[in-house]
Design a binder for this molecule. Structure first.
Ligand code: PRP
Length: 210
């Protein structure tokens, strides 16, 4: 937990682009243009409220370990941490997409033991184990669609938004694992010790979402 004020960890990229207008609606405006700066930490128009810009997968870590009081991250990266070390009080309903399995269109028979490529290895493991299906998980960091094309994997677990990337690479979505959207997470100690300040922020954000 940050010693004073509120430190909010934001996810850079597409989530940031959608979150900044929402923050502004909630009355929180960065002191400078985040998209034009190489800085990673910013003051805001509210005394004591500061914003950090991180990779999405690092946001839950900062919040859980108390280096940020609040985090804004995709449900996919939150699920992937598998952690219950923070609260998740609010769905901002931004950057919505689906986490799905996908496979080559022409593939009509699955091998006995599937090889599944994903960035989300923990989610993929949990999903197939829940189905009682033994699979080999292959960790990749991007361009997952290439894995089935190149014979590295039989299927992938990935984010699907418009479905264009799958289609362009001869793949089709198969099973829905989870509906994804941007969530607010809160450090557990901060929720107690900075309760009024955090509730006020959550209320402003909730209003902005509505
Ligand atoms: C995500 C995902 C797909 C693509 C899906 O990648 O991994 O590749 O978006 O979007 P679509 O359904 O609209 O085509 P992203 O662009 O976030 O890059 P990444 O590979 O670095 O995750």
């Amino acid at each position: 937990m940050s010693a004073q004020g509120l430190l909010i960890a934001l996810t850079k990229g597409r989530i940031l682009e959608e979150v900044l207008p929402l923050l502004e609606k909630a009355g929180i405006i960065p002191a400078e243009d985040i998209s034009k700066s190489r800085k990673l930490i910013f003051d805001s128009n509210i005394e004591g409220v500061r914003l950090m810009v991180l990779r999405g997968s690092d946001v839950p870590t900062y919040v859980e370990l108390g280096c940020a009081d609040i985090g804004i991250a995709g449900k996919d990266v939150i699920m992937e941490t598998g952690s219950s070390g923070f609260y998740e009080p609010l769905d901002l309903k931004l950057a919505t997409c689906r986490l799905m399995t996908a496979r080559p269109v022409a593939q009509n028979k699955s091998p006995k033991r599937m090889r599944v490529a994903s960035k989300f290895v923990n989610i993929a493991k949990a999903y197939f184990s829940e189905k009682g299906q033994q699979v080999d998980i292959i960790k990749l960091n991007g361009a997952l669609e290439l894995a089935p094309i190149m014979g590295l994997a039989d299927c992938i677990v990935d984010i699907v938004d418009t479905g264009k990337t799958l289609k362009a690479n001869g793949l089709e979505p198969e099973e829905l694992i989870a509906e994804i959207s941007t969530r607010v997470i809160v450090n557990k100690a901060a929720m107690k010790l900075k309760h009024a300040q955090i509730q006020d922020l959550l209320m402003r954000l909730q209003k902005a979402v509505n």
